[in-house]
Structures are given as C-alpha cells and as structure tokens.
Write a protein that binds this ligand. Structure first.
Ligand code: ATP
Ligand code: MG
Length: 329
C-alpha cells in the first residue's frame, strides 16, 4: 500500500500557504486511501530559537488543525515527532552518510542562516532529520510545497546511497507537489513565499484569522494596474497568486476563475476570494476550538505515538544492523 508521511512545523501560526501546499493535500491523500502518517515536527521547529511555552501550545495547535481540517485519526496516524525517538536516532545514523558540502547547498539553510555564523548546527543538519522522518516510516509519497523539493531530492539521494552501501533498507520516496497551491506567495510581495516566519502580518492570512481580518488582508493584497484577472506568473505574479489561493479554497479550476472575471475588475474578485477562504476556515476554526484543549486530542496523540513507534521500529533496527551496530536480539 502507498504510504504518505508529511508534517507542518509548530514554528508559528499556520497560514493559508501551508494549507495550500500541505494541509489541503494531506486531507485529499487520506481520502484517496493512502496509508497516512501526519506528524508535528517539533524537533525541526527548534532548529531556530523558539519560546518554550509557545512551542508547547503550537504543537497542540498544529495537531488540532490537522483534525479540524479533516484528517481522521481513525484513518491516519497523527503524532508528535519528539514522541517517537526513532526519528532522531535514524537522523544520527543518516548524518554519518550525508556530506557537509551537499548540506551547505540547501537553499533553505542559506536563507534561514542568513549569512550569519550564530545559527544552530541543527539548522544545518535539518534536512537529514527530515530524511530520517520519511525513511524511518518507509514512506512512498511525500506531499510538500514547492520549497521542499530540494530536501526531498536529498532524502532520495541518502536513501539510494545508504541502500547501495549497506544493502536495501529504505524505500526511495516520491515528492507530491501539486501544480496549484504548492507555492503560495506573500500577499504583500509575490516574490516571497507566504511564510509563518514573515514579521509582516499583512503578508499572510492565518488559519485562525477572523472573517473581517481575512477580508481586510485580501482586499489589501497587492495587484497590478492592468485590471484583468489572468493567470500568468511571468507577467502577473500578484494576480496569479490570488487565482491560486482562490482555486485552492473554492476547488475551481484556474480556467473557470479566469472566465468568470472577464471584463470585471479586481474588487469583486477579491471579495469572492475572501468569501471562499472564510467558507473553508470558519468551520475549521470552530472544530479547532472544540478540540485544541481536549483530552481527546491528547489521547489521539498518545495513540499516534504508539502506532508511529511501531511503524518505525523495524526499519531503525534494520538500518542499525546493516551498518554493523551490535544488536542483542
Ligand atoms: P517556516 O517559515 O518556519 O519554515 P513555513 O510557513 O515554511 O514555516 P513549514 O512548516 O516549513 O511552514 O512548511 C510546512 C509545509 O507547508 C511544507 O510542505 C511546505 O512546503 C508547505 N508550505 C509552507 N509555506 C508554503 C507556501 N507559502 N505555499 C505552499 N506551501 C507551503
Ligand atoms: Mg518552511
């Protein structure tokens, strides 16, 4: 059976970028019958400084958003990364196979380290832990946003390298990057990815934003002066970005959206985008509020941790034995 693994870091409040590139796809893949593992990568979040109290809260929030968005704990395994020690353990084993040079070429590392020297060494080895997350569960498909393509390539390289050196141990996973919604850009600047870490609050819509806030942010989103709703990333990146957001939230095709706004300006277009976003987020928020502080959530996470630990154990053991680490069983 095809197995899916993916996650969203508890490094900030979730926004509609992560919804488009990740969460929305998670739900689709679960409903298409994949064997799904969705986790909260808290060990990845701490590669940059986090406030411990906020991190604690955000880990629960991400898990609650998974469920609120439609991930069904009866169908998918939902867990917190740090609850399953095999991830970090395999991460160490894989670090022995990853090259300093290839990690230095990761563009996310270059961006996040920002040319400074005071970043954590974990920020540098982050993609290796990500490879371990995927490989330890023998995932075959990894739904991600476009910005994770390079990390997925590294994961594949490490799997192939390990298998070649020590004998076939890992499945080589395929990234799943949807043509629409995998690259949602900032509302203030279509050259920058919409990101939790952006200090400009008008650059993103949060999953927790109230309807009036959503309307305000979308109405302020930058456009061009041409006034036509046309999908063309080269010539019209601002409008193309809004079309993608609309397509993700309405389920409509780009072509259908272009047709509907022929001869109509940006005003009604933006209002309709806001309506579509609100229609999806409002029920999600109410489910989120019901569950985020519940005992039910903790019990789902306990269950998920147990299932994930079971799934990871045999691969971790196989990898250790393949490398020649002494085992007593
Ligand atoms: P950070 O700035 O801390 O890296 P982030 O917003 O990039 O936060 P991540 O947890 O790194 O969020 O990403 C989770 C998933 O969401 C990844 O698969 C990533 O590719 C996807 N994703 C994040 N931002 C976007 C975006 N703007 N458009 C599409 N997909 C996105
Ligand atoms: Mg990111």
């Amino acid at each position: 059976r095809k197995r899916v693994l993916s996650g969203i870091k508890p490094s900030g409040e979730l926004n509609i970028g992560g919804y488009g590139g990740a969460l929305h796809q998670f739900v689709n893949m679960q409903n298409e019958g994949y064997d799904c593992y969705f986790f909260v990568p808290d060990l990845h979040a701490i590669t940059v400084p986090q406030d411990p109290k906020l991190l604690f809260q955000r880990s629960k929030s991400v898990a609650a958003y998974y469920i609120a968005a439609g991930i069904d704990p009866k169908k998918a395994t939902i867990f917190i990364q740090s609850h399953v020690a095999a991830h970090a353990e395999l991460g160490w084993l894989l670090e022995t196979q990853a090259h300093f040079g290839e990690l230095g070429r990761m563009t996310q590392f270059k961006e996040k380290s920002g040319g400074k020297e005071s970043f954590s060494s974990a920020l540098f080895t982050y993609p290796v832990l990500m490879a371990a997350d995927i490989l330890v569960h023998q995932a075959t498909h990894v739904p991600v946003g476009d910005d994770q393509k390079q990390h997925l390539e590294l994961t594949r390289d490490l799997a192939v390298r390990f298998n070649h050196r020590f004998g076939t141990t890992f499945k080589v996973p395929d990234p799943i990057i949807q043509p629409i919604g995998s690259r949602i850009m900032g509302l203030d600047d279509p050259a920058k990815k919409m990101s939790k870490s952006n200090p400009n609050r008008n650059s993103y819509v949060l999953l927790e934003d109230r309807p009036d806030e959503i309307r305000k942010k979308i109405s302020r989103a930058v456009t061009d002066s041409e006034g036509t709703v046309r999908y063309d990333w080269e010539a019209k990146p601002e409008v193309s970005n809004l079309i993608e957001i609309y397509a993700v939230f309405s389920g409509e095709s780009v072509a259908a959206i272009e047709r509907r706004y022929e001869g109509i300006g940006y005003g009604p277009f933006k209002q309709d985008i806001a309506d579509a976003v609100i229609a999806k987020l409002a029920p999600m928020q109410s489910r989120f509020n019901d569950i985020v502080e519940s005992e039910e959530l903790l019990s789902i996470l306990r269950d998920g941790a147990r299932k994930a630990a079971e799934s990871a154990a045999s691969t971790l053991l196989k990898a250790k034995q393949a490398m020649g680490l002494l085992s007593l069983n």
